[in-house]
Ligand binder design. Sequence first.
Ligand SMILES: [Zn+2]
Length: 106
Amino acid sequence: MRWVLCPICDRRCGVIYLHHGRFGCRQCHGVVAATQRENRRTRLFRREADIRRRLGWPVGVFDMSLGKPRYMRWSTFAALTAELLEVSSLATGLIEEWTAKAEKVF
Ligand SMILES: [Zn+2]
């Protein structure tokens, strides 16, 4: 067996993978992928909370009847609710993806 050094973690490993333009062992790519997913989820949740705060809407609810803040322009309101809907569905998708993986482990 020929060993190679992983350029990311410097561990000896049997196989080096090229993934998204980076060389690394399987373990490193697993860690990198998990971190990227985690960052993406954090960004989505932060953006969602941000929009809700501007709208004055409670967390976890998408209800158009909650209405527009009195001093907000309709165009702003329309843009924010459209973005919130998209961000929420993306975040929900990530949670479902994560749940599906978690179930496979246990
Ligand atoms: Zn590595």
